[in-house]
Write a protein that binds this ligand. Structure first.
Ligand SMILES: *Cc1c(COP(=O)(O)O)cnc(C)c1O
Length: 464
């Protein structure tokens, strides 16, 4: 097993960016191989850990909904010499010399982000989705101001006002909840907005399998005289592909992580639509306010390697191949939801409109943590998740969250996704029947089938 560059790939690759030649600069190719060889020679312990992780990813079914797999061309950007570059500031406005190439790269990333989402402006420097949210919230609110976001245990994110996050500690955070069926209740959200008059309403979620009506959220925000932040970290790919309503022109600001459904590097984006040029809460436009909020208010120097990797991922997101991938990930989630329902499992909201399926295990005698561990022992990686109304401790949980980002990237269609759901169901039903203990024979059977599926659907572009 080796971390060095794979041999040339014959399967269809990500399309080359217009205007760039098809062949990569041989210096970079040689350098990447040399760099991995050097790592192996100088630090065998670390090298073998990286190699083990590579092999693990190749041979497991990754069904964590917050996860995906970046094309090697994205990883090449992250491992490039751009990591050496310090470029404090923004394109055309840096605090030191040597940033000419950095400016071109960052402008390319901004242009591609705008193109992928039909945005007017984009900020590509946030180190993560959480950093993007922190920048937006600190830009729009003063300490002690109030915000309204989806409660964590109803599928919201920590940065939407959880007391465990600075967003719930330094701001007066109010939460809206989902109905007993697990659905957003826009009338309740409106009532809470009019009661608490938050300065900011946050929509978007980490564990919500249904589509979100951003236009309706904007109506509520306007009525309550609040800003609207749409955090599309989980569904950014569906939004870019037109398979989910886009918030970009509804919300004042849209944020996303780049490593989930955009198949990019660790990182975040801030997107602005028709509100980009409106006056911000302090001097300048909303876009200018948010740029200052990223640097210097909440971050220092940008990571240009990650910015380049975002540019690479966003070029793919705007391509026809991505539209197919997005369709496959929605179809896969439908197939998983149908198969699990058919086999008697209860799904939060009864199904899905996205890449995500939330399984409610309460009443089955199997908890989320036991299911998560048993599935991992079979090579199926998922995460335990609380479901609405869940009273089990967070480390235990009464549910599982499944997602199709990586399955779809491996080219698995709805039939294969349904088979993956069957494997999950087989394990869960055995756990239920055996008091939480997985029989070895079943584990071996599922593990073998997982390996076969992974071999038949290799990670895209990874195979030598
Ligand atoms: C994952 C997620 C984030 C955080 O992104 P990081 O890049 O991991 O910091 C923010 N918001 C939502 C809704 C998420 O699901």
């Amino acid at each position: 097993m080796s971390l060095t560059l794979p041999a040339p790939v014959t399967e269809p690759e990500l399309p080359a960016a217009p205007g760039t030649g098809p062949a990569p600069d041989p210096d970079l190719v040689d350098f990447a191989g040399h760099a991995a060889t050097r790592l192996r020679e100088r630090d065998g312990a670390l090298y073998s850990l990286l190699a083990r992780e590579s092999a693990r990813q190749r041979d497991t079914l990754m069904m964590v909904a917050a996860s995906s797999v970046a094309d090697p061309s994205v990883l090449a950007c992250e491992g490039s010499t751009l990591g050496n570059l310090t470029a404090e500031g923004f394109p055309g406005n840096r605090y030191h010399a040597g940033c000419g190439v950095a400016d071109e790269i960052e402008r390319l990333a901004i242009d591609r982000a705008c193109a992928a989402f039909g945005a007017v402006d984009a900020i590509v420097q946030p180190h993560s989705g959480s950093s993007a949210n922190l920048a937006v919230i600190t830009a729009l609110l003063s300490p002690g101001d109030s915000l309204l976001g989806l409660d964590l245990d109803c599928g919201g994110h920590l940065t939407h006002g959880s007391p465990a996050s600075v967003t719930g500690r330094y701001y007066r955070a109010h939460g809206y909840r989902v109905t007993p069926e697990g659905l957003l209740d826009y009338d309740q959200i409106r009532e809470l907005a009019l009661e608490h008059r938050p300065k900011l309403i946050v929509c978007g979620a980490s564990a919500y399998p249904r589509s979100i009506d951003f236009a309706r959220f904007r109506e509520i925000a306007d009525e309550a005289n609040a800003y609207l932040l749409a955090d599309i970290s989980h569904i950014a790919g569906l939004v870019a592909a037109g398979l989910h309503q886009s918030p970009v022109d509804h919300a004042h600001v849209t944020t996303t992580s780049t490593y989930k459904q955009l198949y990019g590097p660790r990182g975040g984006l801030i997107l602005l639509g028709r509100e980009a040029r409106r006056a911000g809460p302090e001097r300048g436009t909303l876009a200018a306010t948010l740029r200052r909020a990223v640097f210097p208010f909440t971050q220092g120097t940008p990571d240009l390697a990650s910015v380049a990797a975002k540019a690479r991922a966003l070029d793919f997101v705007a391509s026809p191949d991505f539209a197919e991938l997005a369709k496959r990930l929605a179809d896969g989630a439908q197939a998983i939801a149908e198969r699990l329902s058919d086999r008697g499992f209860r799904l939060v909201t009864g199904g899905t409109d996205t890449h995500m399926v939330l399984l409610d295990l309460r009443g089955t005698g199997v908890t989320g943590d036991v299911a998560e561990q048993a599935l991992e022992s079979c090579g199926i990686v998922v995460n335990r998740n609380r479901v609405p109304g869940d009273t089990t401790p967070v480390r235990v949980t009464g549910g599982l969250r499944l997602g199709t980002n990586t399955l779809a990237a491996r080219g698995m269609d709805h039939a294969v996704a349904a088979e993956c759901a069957d494997l999950v169901a087989d394990v869960l039903m055995a756990l239920r029947a055996q008091g939480g203990v997985l029989p070895d024979a079943l584990r071996d059977r599922v593990r073998t089938r997982v390996s076969e599926l992974c071999a038949a659907h290799p990670l895209p572009g990874y195979l030598p």
